[in-house]
Design a protein around this ligand. Structure first.
Ligand SMILES: Cc1cc2nc3c(=O)[nH]c(=O)nc-3n(C[C@H](O)[C@H](O)[C@H](O)COP(=O)(O)O)c2cc1C
Length: 242
């Protein structure tokens, strides 16, 4: 089996979580005797090559990060450039995202399934998993712990049934958190995780300005005081009949 694995993230490969997931998945493919070629749509200059790979092969996997509860716009733009094929071509998906609950990715999963109809290809299923926000910030064993499970999924995929095996369903993890877990997660996100993220962003990306910084706030204060001075001026003008 030869598998064409396409990274559908707009992020360049160096920073893409999806790329790291794909590396692990492809290790699994090799272990079971399958071959693969890896592509990424983030650089448009390679779209011609990827299109050709799509045309020449019949086992395609798109690895897709969830962006704003949907699939990346760049991916849809790329798919629009693909010609229709027949159902001897099978397209499967690895859908991954930041939030851990499976339910957050189900809408994206439905959309991906529908996309195969537009391409005229058969649907090989979708491997769904969240909790991947931190991949980019991890290294060594910490990173391995997150991406290693995808290797097993690669091995099972090489059996030839796409993602239509039981372990793929279980791979998602919790579909929805219980209320206490949700509350606890929320508290952690708003406190410890937020503080850690600020420190990490500063160390890893050199970010020094918070995301919620409002550059207009200072001016808005000045504007407010100017308006109030103006109002006072008109009040005085009226009072003294000027
Ligand atoms: C602009 C943006 C929007 C995102 N929206 C979601 C989302 O709606 N749900 C989710 O679970 N993760 C979301 N994420 C997290 C990404 O899906 C996650 O970090 C993924 O691993 C990124 O893969 P990439 O680095 O290959 O693009 C978003 C990330 C970004 C940057």
């Amino acid at each position: 089996m030869h598998v064409v694995v396409i990274n559908a993230s707009p992020r360049v490969r160096k920073y893409s979580n999806t790329d790291k997931i794909m590396i692990s998945f492809c290790r699994g493919l090799i272990r079971r005797g399958a071959s693969f070629e890896k592509h990424a749509i983030s650089e448009r200059k390679y779209w011609g090559v990827i299109r050709q790979a799509f045309l020449d092969n019949d086992e395609i996997v798109f690895a897709v990060p969830l962006y704003a509860e949907a699939v990346p716009g760049l991916m849809l733009e790329f798919l629009e450039t693909l010609p229709k094929k027949d159902n001897r071509t099978r397209v499967s998906f690895i859908l991954q995202g930041g939030f851990a609950e499976g339910c957050r990715l189900r809408c994206g999963e439905e959309l991906l399934r529908d996309l195969t109809k537009y391409l005229g290809v058969s649907y090989g299923g979708c491997l769904v998993k969240g909790d991947n926000f931190s991949i980019r910030l991890r290294e060594g064993e910490c990173l391995d712990r997150i991406i290693k499970p995808y290797e097993k999924m690669g091995e099972l995929f090489a059996n030839g049934d796409g993602f239509r095996f039981n372990q793929a369903k279980k791979f998602t993890g919790p579909e929805i958190y219980s209320t206490p877990v949700r509350i606890a997660t929320d508290v952690v996100f708003k406190t410890v995780a937020k503080r850690t993220m600020i420190k990490m962003a500063e160390a890893a990306f050199g970010c020094t300005t918070p995301l919620d910084y409002k550059p207009w706030a200072q001016n808005s204060y000045e504007l407010d005081s100017a308006i109030s001075q103006n109002e006072q001026f008109f009040t005085l003008k009226k009072k003294y009949n000027m």
